[in-house]
Design a binder for this molecule. Structure first.
Ligand SMILES: Cc1cc2nc3c(=O)[nH]c(=O)nc-3n(C[C@H](O)[C@H](O)[C@H](O)COP(=O)(O)O)c2cc1C
Length: 168
């Protein structure tokens, strides 16, 4: 008999220019798969990678977005705000109002960029009015994977509950 309690997967829409975000999302997926083998109510991870070749993407169900930071120069305080390389993700969030099903953003970057560290995710949070769920550096550590996974479960669960209440 099918288990009606089985939870939906965590859905991730991401972009990765040099592979770090792809690697982190892959680690999250492996972590979830391992835990799911022990308990099928533990959510798996499904991901969609945005690229210039993706074509139009429609996100009908709750999801989280992951964005690395690429900004043009500056220091992130007086200048250096202009997003480069990751715009295709922003366009995908805007397309078809996809952002309305997005319950938050996880950002990444390199702390050497000081005040610009993870700044694109902060910009997305304010532009689309969804929460900044977490930040991690480069490919992330196993502690980052566990912490981010737990936060995604909490945020997606909360979002699903609100959606359900709204629909009833
Ligand atoms: C040209 C360039 C600009 C970058 N600008 C920033 C920045 O402003 N802030 C930041 O935190 N990281 C910055 N980074 C670091 C990347 O965000 C970081 O390496 C990230 O893990 C890349 O993710 P990806 O491999 O998935 O593309 C920059 C990297 C490059 C190559």
């Amino acid at each position: 008999m099918a288990n009606s309690k089985r939870k939906d997967p965590l859905r991730i829409l991401f972009i990765s220019i040099e592979g770090n975000t792809r690697s982190f999302v892959h680690k999250l997926s492996e972590y979830a798969q391992k835990a799911h083998k022990q308990d099928e109510n533990i959510r798996l991870v499904e991901s969609i990678e945005v690229s210039d070749a993706s074509g139009e993407i429609l996100m009908k169900d709750p999801f989280v977005t992951f964005v690395p930071t690429y900004l043009s120069g500056g220091n992130g305080i007086h200048n250096g705000y202009t997003e480069i390389m990751t715009e295709e993700l922003r366009f995908t969030l805007e397309d078809e109002d996809n952002y309305k099903n997005c319950y938050g953003v996880v950002g990444s970057g390199n702390k050497n960029f000081n005040a610009q560290y993870g700044l694109t995710a902060k910009h997305y949070a304010s532009k689309f009015d969804f929460p900044l769920i977490d930040l991690y550096e480069l490919r992330g550590t196993s502690a980052d994977v566990e912490r981010v996974y737990d936060r995604l479960v909490a945020y997606q669960t909360e979002f699903e509950k609100k959606l359900e209440a709204f629909q009833n």
